[in-house]
Design a binder for this molecule. Structure first.
Ligand code: AMP
Ligand code: GLY
Length: 427
């Protein structure tokens, strides 16, 4: 079967690597791809925003499955346009992708379905928001409703900070994404992510992970798209995971299906493990980046078969997802300046040497220039390893990081610290 993979980051490199291992694959095409993805796929010049061009490409190249990596094409309705022409797609419809595209949509769904989440109010004007502020204790969480590349969430410790945040949002700093705002109760606890595949009725758990959103060691500095991750997140015990499925994932899938907007794809639930049990922070309509990289390192099955079963509504015929018990951990190497403006064009050396010790280096923001690899994005490489423990995976991953020459880049040195500390306390 021919497959088209859309996206060009570390998540898509990890997906390409796994898709390429399937005996069912004939040709893997990818757009825009990157030099890492090019090791497994034929890169094609296609703009995911040009739905007609994508549909035409699929017809001309007998594409049997389109895998959409990032959220923007999903929220933009690309999956609907492909399905309308009979092409199986891994990824939700425009309406179902509102789970990621509109925080207000998700909060209202939680209310209708009785899903545990933070108390909230949706507001559409600054005056309305200021009035609503009185209903919340401090700190209060202020979110742009729409897609804001992970930057649309402000935790205001004081009323002044809250007013500033509302000022920023309603003055258009997030464009259309900030025309509507959600105010939320601040929840405390440890965060974890949980992934589940669904075709709109069957649900298959796809493991847990913990990301590191802050740019600096010890979780300091500004938020990023994610500086590193590991899987599984053992803090999400089997018992808690069952609660997440029963109280959060299943009611979401059932409610959306009953309302005529079935969700097909991967549900990525951002969770807060509170004293009252797991609560939903937010949904994403795609695999996480870099969480996907660690999930793929643990996945031992046939990814083509599984994603196709989701796309064709045949997930009930699949057995449980085969995830190895080993721990996978990834360290993001970013370009200096990230999450602000990253320094572009920095030289990268030593990727082969880094992989010689058993680690795997996924390309995130790279390009090839005159036969050499250079940095072209904020997050540039994902140096990934597995081990019997977080500590072991950390050692292999950081040895590989140290083998890479990237003078204009940096990384966190403490990915997995929470779990490593827990391992030490029980040892
Ligand atoms: P989101 O983009 O909704 O995942 O929010 C980004 C980050 O903000 C989350 O990973 C949390 O660390 C934090 N956050 C969001 N909502 C809340 C909340 N209601 N209470 C506490 N922290 C939150
Ligand atoms: N790593 C966070 C995300 O993919 O949204």
């Amino acid at each position: 079967m021919n497959i088209l993979l859309l996206g060009g980051g570390g998540r898509e490199h990890a997906l390409a690597w796994k898709l390429a291992q399937s005996p069912r694959l004939k040709t893997l095409y990818a757009a825009p791809g990157n030099p890492g993805i090019a090791q497994h796929a034929t890169l094609v010049d296609l703009d995911a925003k040009d739905h007609r061009a994508v549909v035409d490409f699929c017809t001309r190249h007998s594409i049997g499955l389109v895998v959409i990596g990032p959220e923007a094409p999903l929220v933009d309705g690309l999956a609907d346009n492909l399905r309308a022409t009979g092409t199986p797609v891994f990824g939700p419809s425009k309406k179902a992708a509102q789970l990621e595209g509109s925080k207000g949509f998700t909060k209202d769904l939680c209310k209708r379905a009785g899903i545990p989440t933070a108390a909230y109010e949706r507001v559409t004007s600054k005056d309305g928001a200021i009035a609503a502020l009185d209903d919340f204790a401090l700190p209060v969480v202020i979110k742009a409703d729409g897609l804001a590349a992970g930057k649309g969430v402000i935790i205001a410790e004081t009323r002044e900070e809250a007013l500033d945040a509302l000022d920023t949002m309603f003055s258009g700093a997030f464009g259309a994404a900030g025309e509507e705002v959600v105010l939320e109760e601040f929840m405390t606890g440890e965060e974890a992510s949980f992934f589940a595949l669904t075709d709109g009725s069957a649900i298959l758990p796809f493991g847990s992970a913990q990301d590191h959103k802050r740019v600096g060691d010890g979780d300091t500095g500004p938020n990023t798209g994610g500086m590193g991750a590991y899987s599984p997140a053992r803090v999400l015990t089997a018992e808690l995971e069952q609660q997440v499925i029963d109280r959060i994932i299943r009611p979401t899938v059932e409610t959306l299906a009953a309302e005529g907007t079935p969700y097909s794809g991967v549900l990525y639930a951002g969770l807060m493990l509170t004293d009252e049990g797991p609560k939903l922070i937010e949904y994403n309509a795609r695999f996480g980046d870099p969480e996907c990289q660690v999930l793929m390192m643990r996945f031992d099955g046939d990814l083509v078969e599984l994603l196709l079963a989701v796309a064709e509504g045949k997930l009930a015929e699949q057995g449980p997802v085969e995830l190895a018990d080993r721990t996978a951990l990834t360290v993001v190497m970013a370009a200096n300046g990230y999450p602000g403006t990253p320094e572009a064009g920095g030289a990268i050396t030593g990727i082969d040497a880094a992989q010689a010790g058993g680690a795997r280096v996924f390309h995130a923001g790279t390009a090839e220039k005159d036969g050499a690899i250079i940095a072209t994005g904020g997050r540039v490489l994902n140096v990934t390893a597995t081990g019997q423990s977080v500590r072991e995976a950390q050692e292999t991953a950081y040895a590989a990081v140290d083998a890479i020459g990237f003078p204009t880049g940096f990384c966190r040195r403490d990915i997995g610290w929470r779990e490593a500390a827990r391992e030490e306390s029980v040892a």
